[in-house]
Design a protein around this ligand. Structure first.
Ligand code: SAH
Length: 239
């Protein structure tokens, strides 16, 4: 998979993809992540990337020309219908479809090339959405100052679902949301710590009992904290 991130603050991403699973996936050639400075595509001599909004009002808006040029460079076209198959151009925006494990899994399964556009200020000129963007994605119902933290969230959650990304020592199967439930509690050594004991069953070596306990705990936790996740009989949830 190839991921391109468009931002006016490329320094933001300097180390953020260089740890743990994402770093390993990059080194193993499972994913290639490139960060592009929108300003390097600016056409005028002042390298302007933003301008005042038509109609008046506060704040600035990211201009369309540099983003169109960047997308043409990365996909070969600025015609959304002519992108190579397996390509998505994603606008990160609080007005988008709410991102969750299901969308992450869909993108990890089907897509070879993702371009993420990080907005700033009041947002991005709407013609970018009209002509270039295939998916508008929000990471939650709150407003960030820029799309960069959202891009990190989206990239991280997709990359760890790519085949082989987790390696053999971990698995995404039991992670929260993948089976419609939150994950079960985890414990490690010491078995007794400041008077708090690890549940006996986890020390018993009885794998069938351990699995049952884990399922029961996951269910209890989900019922208590996120009952919305278990409402749907098909195991489908709005995640
Ligand atoms: N005026 C806009 C908010 C702009 S916030 C509005 O009210 O909808 C500036 C940028 O931060 C946005 O362009 C977007 O790229 C990013 N952003 C803010 N909140 C976000 C969220 N919940 N999910 C994804 N991106 C977000």
């Amino acid at each position: 998979m190839k991921i391109d991130v468009l931002t006016i603050f490329p320094e933001f991403f300097e180390q953020v993809f260089d740890f743990g699973i994402i770093r390993r996936a990059k080194l193993a050639g499972i994913v290639e992540i490139n960060v592009h400075d929108i300003r390097s595509y600016a056409v005028d001599k002042h390298k302007m990337v933003d301008d005042r909004p038509f109609g008046g009002g506060d704040g600035m808006v990211l201009k369309p020309e540099p983003i169109f040029a960047a997308i043409e460079n990365l996909t070969g076209t600025s015609d959304r219908d002519a992108y190579p198959s397996g390509t998505r151009v994603v606008m990160l925006t609080p007005q988008g479809k709410r991102f969750g494990q299901r969308i992450a899994a869909e993108l990890a399964d089907d897509i070879e090339h993702i371009v993420l556009i990080c907005g700033r200020y009041e947002g991005v000129d709407e013609r970018v959405n009209e002509a270039l963007v295939t998916d508008e994605i929000s990471i939650g119902d709150y407003v960030l100052s820029g799309g960069e933290p959202a891009a990190v969230v989206v990239v991280d959650s997709i990359v760890r679902l790519l085949p082989e990304a987790l390696g053999s020592d971990t698995s995404a199967e039991n992670d929260s949301f993948s089976d419609g439930l939150l994950d079960c509690p985890h414990y490690t050594r010491p078995a007794e710590f400041r008077g708090m004991n690890v549940p006996d069953v986890l020390l018993s070596g009885n794998h069938a009992e351990i699995e049952k306990w884990r399922f029961r705990k996951a269910l209890e936790k989900t019922r208590a904290i996120r009952p919305d996740l278990i409402k749907d009989e098909n195991g489908e949830c709005e995640q």
